[in-house]
Design a protein around this ligand. Structure first.
Ligand code: BG6
Length: 501
């Protein structure tokens, strides 16, 4: 049975126009992600009827050059007629996004989009900019009079990184709130737009069998791995300032943690959901320096210093493994192991929930063999699906047992349905005004309050230097030792157990 529910998809708002105004439209994000996502939504008929895309950036470019540039990344083998129809909705304004007078010109292009003098124009401002431009661009939008809601709704999308620590995130939140109300603000964490991440909510809360065992009484440990095989490449300048803790942990890993650990919200509604996530972040144990040193391993891949933009002698970690505890009734004492890195063996995002071993073993097993607890694996990417391991009797072999599994693969059960890019879902939600899959101001600040002391501890005298590891390996061996010290180990992921599409 297929059931549908959930946030409304954007659909026609009468004759009102909707302008997707991309500030920083000549950059990589617009080219690689936004253009393709908007075109895909257009082809699927998901956008409001009277939609327009207004690209704004400093470079001089004609409308046609902008269309052609987006066509390269967006249209692929699309029929030309379909692209042409869409391209007619694209225009470009060369403007300095920090200068109100210059932005007012973009405002005039937007105003021209109204088909009738009295129809409204809703505006989504997408900050596809270097983070240093967020504050001046928001101030300039307001000074140019573009944030006035008398003529349609105004919403702003802010990309990560949202600040570089708690103080800068607070300052940015304060500045955003001088111009926009919180419900107009959509802070993107693209992991929340991934189908499989959303499915985690459906899995947990649309099935009754998991919730009763989703706690410390039944769960021994939770592991979250976001591994990447890519190196830093041409992002060295940004990455060397950020490192893996700011780039991946503060946002994606903590968001995954909060979704897997949160209590059921009373509804699938933005504030209900975000209240529960914020409760988890608030409950994450803040560690003493001594505890921190025992709970964190950092690494750096060999050759990182040769990446363009990376400082000589840089100690920026490209790998980290971290043990966290959540101090509440549900999770007291259950370790959450998080790890992420670049230059690892393969790209894989996976969450593993290991249940306790049976309290009493009826069946004869050699002393040295511990019967593992059941493991539930939630594969976010690239082998989207789930796997539950359990023990089974080997036929005709006395009472020998073997670990077997139940598997669900997206590509089997949803054959023929493409998994859309996260940006498609997120853009649609902004247009629909649904902020459930976006990060609220308090979540951002709570996440920084967890990560800041960890990053700061690495600057203290005597702090450990990152361990070296070879690209293509699974990170430094010390990442294993973190778990071995607890009598545990990193559990084999999808690829290791042959669960591969
Ligand atoms: C981004 C990080 O937020 O996420 C990148 O800045 C990282 O460094 C990327 O590569 C990973 O996203 P995905 O969707 O490929 O897992």
């Amino acid at each position: 049975m297929t059931t549908t529910a959930g946030p409304n998809l954007a659909h026609d708002a009468g004759s009102d126009a909707t302008a997707l105004v991309i500030l920083g439209a000549s950059g990589n994000l617009a080219h690689q992600k936004l253009g393709p996502a908007i075109f895909s939504l257009y082809r699927k008929g998901r956008l409001p009827d009277n939609v327009h895309v207004v690209g704004v950036a400093r470079n001089a470019m004609t409308d046609d050059a902008f269309r052609h540039w987006l066509q390269e990344s967006s249209a692929g083998d699309a029929a030309t007629a379909e692209w042409d129809e869409f391209a007619a909705r694209l225009c470009y304004v060369a403007a300095d996004v920090t200068d109100p007078a210059s932005l007012a010109e973009a405002g005039r292009r937007v105003a021209d989009l109204a088909e009738y003098p009295d129809s409204k124009i809703n505006c989504l401002f997408y900050l596809a900019l270097a983070p240093g431009l967020y504050e001046p661009a928001i101030a300039a939008l307001a000074a140019a009079g573009l944030t006035d809601e008398s003529y349609g709704w105004r919403r702003i999308v802010v990309e990560k990184p949202f600040g570089s620590n708690l103080a800068t995130a607070r300052r940015l939140n304060a500045q955003v709130h001088q111009v926009f109300r919180e419900e107009q603000v959509f802070r993107i964490d693209h992991y929340l737009g991934k189908e499989t991440v959303q499915n985690l909510l459906v899995f947990r809360f649309a099935n009754a069998i998991f919730e009763p065992v989703w706690n410390r009484n039944y769960i021994d440990q939770v592991q979250i791995t976001v591994a990447e095989d890519v190196l830093v490449g041409d992002r060295g300048e940004y990455y060397d300032q950020a490192g893996v803790l700011r780039d991946m942990f503060q946002n994606h890993l903590l968001q995954l943690l909060s979704l897997i650990a949160m209590d059921p919200p009373y509804a699938f509604e933005a504030d209900a959901l975000r209240n529960e996530k914020a409760k988890v972040l608030r409950s994450v144990r803040r560690m003493s320096l001594r505890e921190l040193h025992r709970s964190l391993v950092i690494g750096q891949y060999d050759g990182y210093h040769l990446e363009p933009g990376v400082g000589p002698g840089s100690q920026t970690p490209t790998y980290a493994a971290l043990r966290l505890y959540i101090d509440n009734w549900r999770w007291q004492g259950v370790p959450f192991y998080l790890r992420s890195g670049k230059g690892l063996a393969r790209k894989s995002t996976e969450m593993l929930v290991q249940f306790h071993s049976p309290p009493h073993m009826l069946f004869p097993v050699p002393d040295e063999v511990a019967i593992p607890g059941n493991t539930l694996s939630i594969c976010i990417q690239p082998n989207e699906g789930m796997r539950l391991e359990f023990q089974s009797k080997v036929p005709d072999a006395g009472l020998q047992m073997k670990t077997v599994d139940l598997e669900f693969h997206y590509h089997d059960d949803f054959a023929g349905i493409d998994i859309p890019d996260a940006y498609e879902r997120l853009l649609l939600d902004v247009i629909a005004g649904d902020a459930a899959l976006f990060t609220r101001n308090d979540e951002i600040e709570l996440a920084w309050s967890i990560i800041d002391p960890i990053i700061d501890s690495l600057d203290l005298p005597g702090a450990p230097a990152p361990y070296r590891y070879l690209p293509g390996m699974s990170g430094p061996p010390h990442g294993e030792e973190l778990l071995e010290a607890d009598g545990r180990r990193w559990l084999p992921g999808c690829a290791e157990v042959g669960y591969v599409v």
